[in-house]
Design a protein around this ligand. Structure first.
Ligand SMILES: Nc1ncnc2c1ncn2[C@@H]1O[C@H](COP(=O)(O)OP(=O)(O)OP(=O)(O)O)[C@@H](O)[C@H]1O
Ligand SMILES: [Mg+2]
Length: 1244
């Protein structure tokens, strides 16, 4: 957002605020361009930006500014200052900026006259206006007033105080004679003794004062009284290089007549230790400078000349002091005594000490200090020897001896003696100051004081880099005053607004009670801790500081008391925790160095000095130390400086609280103490410290001027004609305020008084006191307002009457409504039993309908029930008719009728319900029965399912067993096959070897035979003799020649062997077929039975083989007894399974078969089932897809059945061929096979 036009004040560290334009708003901040190019563009938080009005225009009262804020306040002050307008109001508070130069006619008698009796705001702001307001308030409110003048050093408090006193005395003390002069004379005297040159102010008051101007009940000045606070004592002995001691010392040096100086042995500042370390120049004017002789001048004075200040002149001021002292009643001798005491202080300072080589280890007065000792003793009226003694030793009374205990003199070290000397000097001077104030007060006696106006001139909040006890006290005082200010201006103001119902928003201010508690609290405040420390045998500042931190420091960063380390200032951070503390005052944190706290808090002299001065030959000195002034003896009873100050301050606060209050806030424009120069940031800080900015906030919403109705009435009734005077105060005020045409925002009517916005009361006042013509106009307008208000009142009355009429009409309507309602009520009450009874009887109709509904559901007695219901309905309508007709029927009769009908209906209903219930019960029973059956069936199904699962489980187990068996058999067969193959191989090898041996022997024999024939032939030719016979060919009768024809079918041979074995036991070859069959069916001899079965099947095989040979040309397929795969398997020779006979078991098989079809017809597929009882088939079934199944049984259909033994079929070796018995039986039964009966005597 760009806001080119908006002119604002922006906070600046050097200038306070500078004018700028807002360039851009950015959240919590804004980008601003200062108007003056010398300042850089910047970004500021909104807290630092304030709206600016017309920056050139200035106003007398800041509350009249268009925008009320810190920045406009500062600008207004600066603008005015440049125009020599040093005074400005913030509502009723006067801000006074020190001009540092005389402004013509500012304080002249004319000006005083101008301001007399004029209310605030009527004339330009002035300190006289405040004084006049205080006077007028005192008069009108019949209450003493205070004017609190505050501000920092050099801000102009003392000057302002003087002007206020001048104003009051000038106007109302004329008849008081010397009193006026005495009050005015007090100032030069006090300033001579209590003011000094500091770096901040050439005429800095080093004490606080409350000057009261007392008035009689006729409001004439009758007297005055001065209270003073906290004279700075350290200055008496030391000052910093730029600063001076109290003026009076220099007045003596520069201005005292030669004789006096000679008598007091006063020379020049350089000659005194208490002066020479500071600034030693005199304040002079060119004229007075000439009056000073060279031997009065210090080196500095000679080198640099005199100091210049418009209001200070050390030469002339001595004369003024001298005269003023005389006017306040000091005789010549008394004055000389006073100067003598002043001189004594200077001489005391010059007493030097050095170590005493004597046995006691103390010190003695140095030779250089001897003359000073003499001079001091003389000035103080004491014996020099006693003074010497009292300075170098201390009187101690042994406690054992009580009051009369032995007193001993304890020698002091050099530094202790110096300390004692300084303490004496401070005590003497500060008591002299007290004495002087006392004398001034005594010089203005007054009998009848009705009220007073007190002006408080006390140093404002003070802070240096390092601060000591003095600053601590003055800042404590300022905390109290600030609290008072807050209470008076802010708190009370807000409470008043609330009480008067003004509805003004609440203003927050920092409550500093906690800080005050920290300092003054009875049992743990800093003052208390300090006093406690002082009472210890060896007080020590480190220990004191430590206990301050221990008892008072808070843990959080926001606590008021902190260690110096936590300071933002580097210089403070060098201080150890036990060397100081940081106190966060309302105006800011101040670091106190505690090293001098204990000494400064105790201004008691040690006993020997005390005794010495009390016994002085000088009456004045004796008076200074008179018992009334001296504190109680003893360490535990001493009253500390802090405690004294607290008491004084409490007393002052009580006075302030009783009085009406006016505030003057003085502001120092620059630190160079010159005119026409103003440092904005310095001014701003002072405004903030004095709470002015907070007041501004209140005033933005507040009504600073106010007056009770009666006061206004009293004040102005004399200006108005009698006809208006008779009005009541409130109406009177309303009439005049309204008739002035003030804007609504400018005033407010509270409960008891009228409130005005800043400046408006004075406007009002001015008009009221203006010329008679004006007044006439006002009276006219008041009268007009009264007529108008009466008109308004009568209009209001007419309106009220109309309202009343409307109310009456409304009430009549209400009454009619009431009557209607009552009548209705009575009639209803009379007939209520009848119509209620009818209504009740009508409610039976639903019951009847319900009954009908129930009846409809009934299966029996329906008609009867319907009839009953109809009867009931009739009797109900009859009863209704009776009740309707008979107006006088009694309630009892009605009740009887109703209850009878009710009963009937109930009975009928009960009967119906019972019938219904019975019916329901029956139905329910039926339903339950069905349910039970269903459950049973479900259970049965469940059981069957379980069984089936068990069966399946069993089947699976059996199948697994079967499979395992098959595998085992297969493995066994494989093993036998291997063994056979090995045996065959061995046999072949054997045969081959035998054949080879045979061939070899045959070849050899053949050779031999040929050799023999040859020999025979040769012998024949030669008639020789041949030995031996011809060789024979060897033969192996047990060995058949190894050739194809002789190869024997091994399994056939085995069978033959079996047959032979069989024959050995039973020769069945001669048995007939039928005999064999019978034996199979009936025999219990298992071996015989088995043999018969073998025989039977052998014959069958033979038969089928024969049949097969002979029927080769027919369609053999049709006549197969088993599928081709089985028949093929039988061609492979097999060894019989061992243990067959005894372990004969029933086994069941199922294999598919394919029969080749004739022609183009598709192949026929089917299932072949076989039941083997042991080795031979017992039942056999062929399931054809296209024709009826063929079921065959052994003993009946043998010829068509498989003749092969189980082994021969190879079925046991076929994976998946064997099935479980029940599977076979199921199929068998499904195709209507007759139940199987095993051969007699054999278990299944
Ligand atoms: N109204 C004034 N007109 C001209 N000069 C003034 C005015 N007020 C103050 N001054 C100048 O300012 C100097 C300091 O003023 P003053 O002594 O009143 O200050 P202060 O506030 O009392 O300071 P301190 O606290 O040190 O006593 C005066 O000596 C005088 O020169
Ligand atoms: Mg002063």
């Amino acid at each position: 957002m760009t806001m080119d036009k908006q002119l604002v004040w922006v906070r600046d560290p050097n200038e306070g605020f500078i004018l700028a334009k807002i360039h851009e708003l950015m959240g919590e901040e804004a980008d601003v361009f200062p108007l003056d190019n010398k300042y850089p563009r910047r970004v500021c938080g909104f807290d630092d930006i304030f709206p600016a009005g017309d920056s050139k225009k200035d106003v007398d009262d800041n509350c009249e500014l268009m925008f009320l804020n810190e920045a406009t306040l500062l600008n207004n002050i600066l603008t005015r200052y440049k125009k020599n307008k040093i005074y400005t109001y913030v509502a009723n508070i006067l801000l006074a900026v020190n001009p540092y130069e005389d402004i013509p006619d500012m304080y002249s008698s004319n000006t005083i006259k101008k301001y007399q009796g004029r209310s605030l705001g009527e004339l330009p702001p002035h300190v006289f206006a405040i004084a006049d307001k205080a006077f007028r308030d005192m008069k009108s409110l019949k209450q003493s007033q205070s004017i609190i003048v505050s501000g920092e050093s050099g801000a102009g408090k003392t000057e302002s105080t003087k002007y206020i006193l001048k104003y009051l005395c000038d106007l109302w003390a004329k008849g008081a004679g010397p009193v006026e002069q005495k009050i005015l004379d007090a100032n030069p005297i006090l300033e001579a003794f209590g003011n000094a040159k500091t770096t901040r102010n050439n005429n800095s008051s080093r004490f606080g004062k409350f000057m009261e101007v007392h008035f009689s009940n006729k409001y004439q000045v009758v007297g005055g009284h001065i209270s003073h606070y906290l004279l700075e004592k350290s200055r008496i002995c030391t000052q910093s290089a730029e600063e001076r001691n109290y003026h009076v010392f220099y007045l003596l040096c520069a201005g005292a007549p030669q004789e006096l100086r000679a008598a007091l042995k006063i020379t020049k500042p350089d000659d005194y230790l208490y002066l020479k370390n500071g600034c030693t120049q005199y304040f002079t004017t060119p004229a007075s400078e000439k009056k000073i002789t060279d031997n009065q001048k210090s080196k500095q004075q000679k080198a640099k000349g005199g100091l210049r200040d418009p209001i200070l002149d050390d030469v002339e001021d001595f004369q003024r002091l001298h005269q003023a002292l005389s006017r306040v009643g000091l005789s010549e001798n008394e004055r000389l005594a006073v100067y003598g005491v002043v001189a004594a202080v200077l001489h005391l300072g010059n007493i030097q000490f050095e170590e005493d080589s004597g046995a006691r280890g103390g010190c003695k007065v140095a030779p250089a200090g001897e003359s000073a000792l003499g001079a001091a003793a003389a000035a103080l009226g004491v014996d020099p020897a006693e003074l010497r003694m009292a300075l170098v030793s201390r009187l101690m009374q042994s406690s054992r001896g009580g009051i009369k205990g032995t007193a001993i003199m304890v020698p002091l070290k050099v530094h202790e003696a110096m300390h004692a000397r300084d303490a004496l000097a401070k005590a003497v001077y500060s008591r002299l100051f007290d004495y002087i104030v006392h004398r001034i007060n005594a010089s203005i006696p007054f009998q009848a004081s009705a009220y007073y106006i007190g002006v408080l001139d006390i140093a404002g909040f003070e802070y240096f880099q390092m601060n000591s006890f003095e600053q601590f006290c003055i800042n404590y005082c300022n905390e109290k005053l600030q609290q008072f200010f807050n209470e008076r201006i802010l708190k009370n103001e807000q409470e008043l607004y609330k009480r008067e119902g003004l509805n003004v928003p609440e203003i927050r201010f920092v409550d500093n009670q906690d800080c005050i508690d920290l300092i003054e609290s009875k049992n743990h405040g800093i003052f208390h801790l300090l006093d406690e420390e002082s009472k210890l045998p060896k007080p020590e500042f480190g220990h004191f500081t430590h206990s301050v931190h221990k008892q008072l420091a808070g843990n959080n960063a926001s606590s008021r008391l902190q260690v110096p380390r936590s300071s933002r200032l580097k210089a403070h951070r060098t201080l150890r925790d036990d060397e100081g503390f940081l106190l966060r005052h309302f105006a800011g944190a101040v670091c106190y160095n505690t090293s001098q706290f204990i000494e400064k808090n105790n201004d008691a002299l040690h006993a020997s000095l005390e005794f010495l001065v009390q016994e002085s030959g000088s009456a004045l000195v004796r008076q200074l130390f008179a018992a009334a002034h001296t504190p109680a003896k003893g360490k535990l009873n001493f009253i500390s400086v802090g405690a004294k100050f607290q008491t004084q301050l409490a007393c002052l606060m009580d006075k302030l609280k009783e009085n009406g209050t006016n505030f003057v806030r003085c502001i120092k424009p620059n630190s160079r103490m010159v005119g026409k120069e103003i440092e904005a940031s310095l001014v701003l800080t002072q405004l903030q410290c004095s709470g002015t900015t907070a007041v501004l906030e209140l005033m933005e919403h507040g009504y600073p001027s106010r007056a009770p109705f009666s006061d206004l009435h009293d004040m102005y009734k004399s200006y108005l004609p009698p006809k208006l005077n008779n009005l009541s105060p409130k109406v009177f005020c309303e009439a005049i305020v309204h008739s002035f045409g003030l804007s609504d925002k400018d005033y407010k009517f509270g409960v008891t008084r009228v409130f005005f916005r800043p400046g408006k009361y004075s406007e009002f006042d001015a008009i009221m006191r203006s010329e008679p013509e004006n007044l006439r106009a006002i009276v006219d307008s008041v009268l007009a307002w009264l007529v108008k208000s009466r008109w308004r009142r009568s209009i209001f009355a007419v309106l009220s009457i109309i309202k009343l009429k409307n109310k009456i009409v409304y009430r009549r309507q209400c009454l009619i409504l009431l009557q209607k309602s009552v009548r209705g009520y009575l009639v209803r009450r009379k007939h209520r039993p009848r119509y209620r009874a009818i209504a009740k009887l009508r409610t039976l109709e639903p019951n009847l309908q319900q009954m009908e509904a129930v009846t409809a559901q009934l299966s029996k007695e329906k008609e009867n029930a319907k009839r009953n219901i109809q009867n009931l309905r009739n009797s109900i309508s009859n009863a209704c008719a009776v009740i309707k007709r008979n107006e006088n029927i009694t309630k009892k009769e009605i009740d009887d009728l109703c209850s009878k009908l009710n009963k009937d209906v109930e009975m009928q209903m009960a009967a119906l319900q019972k019938a219904m219930v019975d019916q329901k019960n029956r139905e329910e029973q039926e339903r339950l029965r069905k349910l039970e059956a269903e459950m049973r069936a479900a259970e049965e199904a469940k059981r069957a399912e379980l069984e089936r699962q068990l069966q399946e489980e069993e089947n699976r187990r059996l199948k697994a067993e079967m499979e395992a068996r098959r595998k085992a058999e297969e493995a066994e067969r494989q093993r036998q096959h291997e063994a056979e193959r090995a045996a065959a191989a061995a046999l072949r090898l054997q045969l081959e070897q035998a054949a080879r041996a045979d061939r070899e022997s045959r070849d050899r024999l053949e050779q031999e035979r040929r050799d023999h024939e040859m020999a025979v032939r040769l012998a024949k030719e030669t008639n020789g003799h041949v030995e031996g016979s011809p060789p024979q060919l060897r033969s192996f009768p047990g060995m058949e020649p190894y050739n194809g024809e002789n190869k024997l079918n091994r399994s056939e041979r085995v069978r033959m062997q079996q047959a032979m074995q069989g024959k050995q036991k039973y020769d069945l070859s001669k048995w007939k077929y039928s005999e064999l069959r019978d034996t199979i069916n009936t025999s219990c001899d298992i071996e015989l039975l088995e043999a018969c079965r073998h025989e039977f099947h052998r014959r069958l095989k033979v038969y089928h083989a024969w049949k097969a040979r002979n029927a080769r040309k027919t369609t053999m397929d049709e006549q197969e007894r088993a599928p081709q795969s089985i028949m093929d398997a039988a061609k492979t020779p097999r060894l019989p399974q061992k243990g067959e006979i005894l372990g004969a078991r029933h086994r069941y098989f199922r294999i598919p078969f394919v029969r080749p079809s004739a022609g183009a017809a598709p192949e026929r597929r089917g299932w072949w089932y076989a039941h083997f009882d042991g080795q031979y088939v017992a039942r056999q079934m062929e399931l054809h897809p296209d024709k009826a199944p063929v079921l065959l049984r052994a003993g009946v259909d043998d010829m068509q059945m498989c003749e092969l033994s189980l082994d021969e079929t190879g079925l046991t070796r076929k994976r998946g061929a064997e099935i479980l018995e029940h599977e076979f039986e199921r199929e068998w039964a499904r195709h209507s096979g007759p139940p199987y009966s095993p051969p007699h005597g054999r278990a299944h």
